[in-house]
Design a protein around this ligand. Structure first.
Ligand SMILES: Cc1ncc(COP(=O)(O)O)c(C=O)c1O
Length: 359
């Protein structure tokens, strides 16, 4: 069975086999070697300078990393503006409410790019009102809800002009899409092992500027980013990590490097995603978003009239492929196909053959 859902992904045999390595005590030096290698390789994916950036690992899914980033990096006296255009932006706002972080939301359509004019107006209104000024902005890079790749450039410019820090949910983009870490306002990116990096679920991480960590708040116990970072720097760990998922993450990162690194992965996904798009278009199935607004990681397609998602899912599964429905109300009108994981062009051609048989 090939997984075309947005993670966890289809593993390579090499990553799968890495799970069978020797048992490892997480208080022994062998584990800390593994942890060090994972952290160094995560920075290397985007060629980041370890004196400026650090990768902080945690045991948990992508949500854990996003929660750790948001709960830790907005200081006690800070104020966060959450930019929402999908399920995962909404989730960041829910985290803020849960931790009672002072925040506002700019809620946009799930079908549209973030409205920079509305975001600017919200920031300026806060300044003019004399209320506590915003210190941070949070956004989802790739909104997996629809496959939209949010353009971080205008938001980054806005943050730079107003001296704000940008926190990015890169859960479904880190490892494939471009991320401009050199831009000053970017403080942190939260992501996970089991999407574009092709590891297994259970390990996630925040790549964070060291200077941002220096001002970290401590609202959460298990996900306290400052403490996790401090102990990992000392070749230590506060809790029992999911050791085997770290084995898989390191193996997946080695494989990524050998395959040409992030740019090569981007190119591979782009080729697969375009084959899916053109193949489905030939069958009369259109993308929901124009390709230029979509990621190469996942795209949404309109369900053809007369075909229910239930039947589509069932028939494709019988052919060896798992896909995802749309989220929320979108479940009735669209389906999603991810091209993450150990997939080849021949796999996509087999998928298209399954689609052709449906008609
Ligand atoms: C953009 C984004 N953020 C957060 C998450 C949550 O990740 P997880 O399900 O691993 O907790 C996902 C999951 O698909 C996602 O796509």
């Amino acid at each position: 069975m090939l997984l075309l859902n947005p993670g966890p992904v289809t593993l390579s045999e090499r990553v799968r086999r890495s799970l069978l390595q020797p048992d490892l005590c997480p208080r022994e030096s062998e584990f800390f070697d593994l942890q060090d290698e994972a952290r160094a390789r995560l920075l290397a994916v985007y060629a980041l300078d370890p004196s400026e950036w650090t990768a902080v690992l945690m045991t948990g899914s992508g949500t854990a990393a996003v929660e750790s980033m948001v709960a830790s990096l907005v200081p006690e006296a800070g104020r966060l503006l959450v930019v929402e255009n999908g399920v995962y932006g909404e989730r960041i706002a829910q985290m803020c409410a849960q931790y009672r972080i002072t925040h506002d939301r700019v809620v946009g359509s799930w079908m549209a790019a973030p409205d920079i004019a509305a975001i600017t107006a919200r920031l300026d209104a806060a300044r003019a009102s004399g209320a506590a000024p915003f210190t941070h902005v949070a956004v989802v890079h790739h909104e997996t809800t629809t496959g939209r790749l949010n353009d971080l450039k205008p938001l980054t410019e806005l943050c730079r002009a107003r001296d704000l820090r940008l926190l990015v949910d890169g859960v479904s983009s880190f490892g494939a899409e471009t991320l401009d870490f050199a831009s000053g306002p970017l403080s942190a990116v939260a992501a996970t092992a089991n999407k574009c990096l092709h590891g297994v679920p259970g390990a996630s991480f925040v790549v964070v500027r060291r200077e941002a960590l220096a001002q970290a708040a401590s609202r959460t116990y298990y996900l306290d980013l400052g403490r996790l970072a401090r102990l990992q720097e000392q070749r230590n760990t506060p809790f029992t990590p999911a050791v085997h998922t770290y084995y898989a993450l390191v193996e997946a990162l080695r494989e990524l490097e050998e395959q040409g690194g992030r740019p090569a992965r981007y190119g591979h996904y782009a080729a697969l995603a375009e084959r899916v798009r053109t193949g489905l278009a030939a069958l009369g199935i259109e993308t929901v978003l124009p390709p230029v607004e979509s990621s190469v990681v996942l795209r949404s397609y309109r369900l053809p009239v007369g075909l229910t998602y239930h039947r589509l899912h069932h028939e494709l599964k019988a052919g060896g492929f798992v896909i995802y429905a749309g989220q929320g109300d979108l479940a009735k009108t669209l389906f999603r196909i991810s091209t993450m994981g150990n997939l080849t062009m021949a796999d996509i051609d087999r998928l298209l053959t399954c689609f052709a048989k449906l008609r």
